[in-house]
Design a binder for this molecule. Structure first.
Ligand SMILES: [Fe+2]
Length: 190
């Protein structure tokens, strides 16, 4: 990804929503470690890091009143929130058609193995590997860090247990094993 594109995306994320910006920074480290553990290298590893950095880029088009809401979202608000993965992919592809793999990783990070995710209801191996990696890292980080609507609820160990309980319905078993293997090496304090 060209440095000018990275700078532009970073500053629009940072100015719109700091919570998402810092969550995305942590995801780069988690995704980098998982991706190496499952054997990605070279350009694929760089793409994994960049997809992690901008997986929630589409949230720049979601009003902050929804992003920062502490109550449960209404159906309409949830619909708007769910648009962020496809919106982010579109923004990335608009910046450069060369960023296809990254855009598809971003688009698919809320897909689930059993087809219950969004936006396309992809199943199993139909979900790009970048999307499957980001999904696991995203849920791990969401469970172990506070969100506007709640405190952090899980220790790293119980977050891993949650992921393991949802292997095959939601998460790629190989990616969850990698998350388990690297969880002590990502250097966050919880
Ligand atoms: Fe997301």
């Amino acid at each position: 990804m060209a440095p000018a594109i990275i700078d532009g995306f970073m500053s629009s994320l940072l100015s719109h929503d700091q919570t998402t910006f810092f969550h995305s920074e942590r995801l780069v480290r988690i995704v980098d470690a998982i991706a190496q553990e499952v054997g990605l290298d070279g350009d694929s590893l760089i793409e994994a890091r960049e997809a992690a950095a901008f997986h929630d880029l589409g949230k720049v088009e979601v009003p902050i009143s929804i992003l920062a809401k502490t109550d449960i979202l209404t159906e309409d608000e949830f619909f708007t929130m769910k648009a962020h993965s496809a919106l982010g992919a579109d923004l990335i592809l608009k910046a450069s058609p060369d960023l296809w793999n990254i855009s598809q990783g971003v688009r698919s990070h809320h897909e689930r193995l059993d087809g219950s995710g969004y936006p396309d209801g992809l199943k199993g191996e139909e979900i790009p590997i970048l999307g499957r990696i980001i999904a696991v890292a995203d849920v791990f980080d969401a469970l172990t860090h506070p969100r506007p609507y709640r405190q952090a609820m899980f220790s790293p160990e119980s977050a891993i247990e949650y992921l393991q309980d949802n292997v095959l319905t939601s998460f790629d078993p190989r990616v969850v094993s990698a998350m388990c293997a690297i969880k002590d090496n990502i250097g966050f304090t919880y």
